[in-house]
Design a protein around this ligand. Structure first.
Ligand code: PXP
Length: 254
């Protein structure tokens, strides 16, 4: 009998390199350069969110990422016709549907897949027909997981923001919700990703969950890069993920 640890991918979100660039309206720092560096430092994928108001990533950034990346691009998008058209034009490896409100600072909650919004079904269908792997960014809630299955998307990304923002006791409660949701998503046949707000301090317990196969992390890594460089920040995150994974029950008998 062999024991192996299921691999856990790290998607590095480079949105906030563009936030800094856009603060001065020029060309640097270049998010595509950051993405290439992230690849070299061990990122398994790059995540970028083209927001409707283009506050960070631009249309041109997406074009350049598609041209230059050698790892998969996970295109975060609102479920709108405009974003669908852009995704179908570029055909990224994956698309993650997220809720978007113009006034929010970041993606503050998960997508309400259970609200019966008819347009979600057609957007999921169109993306899947184009060969794009679709995920829904949802709260760690079984109702949303069931709705994801009903919509036909193969992947969920569990929102870890509330867990990361909470203090000790509440944090444990939020972690329990993530643990339950990750197990349930695997039970119903979904691939499970997680992300939002993860840091060196909060990544371990999520990385330890055997059902979670991808983490998407941005803001903290880009912030850390200011102090020690992007490569060091990514390698440290990667090492913490791998350590938590190796020490956990993610070791499966095969
Ligand atoms: N996953 C999704 C779906 C997101 O919207 C974001 C934020 O853009 C992230 C992951 C990464 O979150 P953070 O930048 O807080 O690490």
């Amino acid at each position: 009998m062999n024991t192996r640890v299921l691999p856990l991918r790290l998607g590095v979100n480079i949105d906030h390199v563009a936030t800094i660039r856009n603060a001065r309206g020029g060309g640097f720092p270049d998010p595509v350069r950051a993405a290439k560096l992230a690849e070299q430092a061990g990122a398994d994928g790059i995540t970028a969110h083209l927001r409707e108001d283009r506050r960070h990533i631009s249309d041109e950034d997406i074009e350049r990422l598609i041209d230059q990346l050698t790892v998969p691009l996970n295109f975060e998008m609102a479920a709108t016709d405009e974003m669908l058209e852009i995704a179908l034009k570029h055909r990224p490896h994956a698309a993650c549907l997220v809720p978007e409100k113009r006034e929010e600072r970041t993606t503050e909650g998960g997508l309400d897949a259970a609200s019966g919004q008819n347009h979600l079904k057609s957007i999921v269908d169109e993306l899947m027909k184009a060969g794009i792997r679709v995920s829904l960014f949802i709260e760690p809630d079984p109702v949303q997981i069931d709705a994801t299955v009903a919509l036909g998307a193969p992947v969920v990304e569990l929102h870890t923001g509330a867990y990361c923002d909470a203090r000790q006791v509440e944090r444990r409660q939020h972690l329990d919700r993530i643990i339950t949701a990750a197990a349930y998503s695997a039970e119903v046949g979904l691939e499970c990703h997680a992300g939002h707000g993860l840091t060196f301090d909060t990544v371990g317990p999520v990385a330890a969950l055997s059902e979670v196969v991808e983490l998407n992390i941005g803001h903290f890594i880009i912030g850390e890069a200011i102090f020690g460089g992007l490569e060091i920040a990514i390698k440290r995150m990667r090492a913490l993920m791998d350590k938590a994974r190796a020490e956990s029950g993610a070791a499966k008998s095969v």
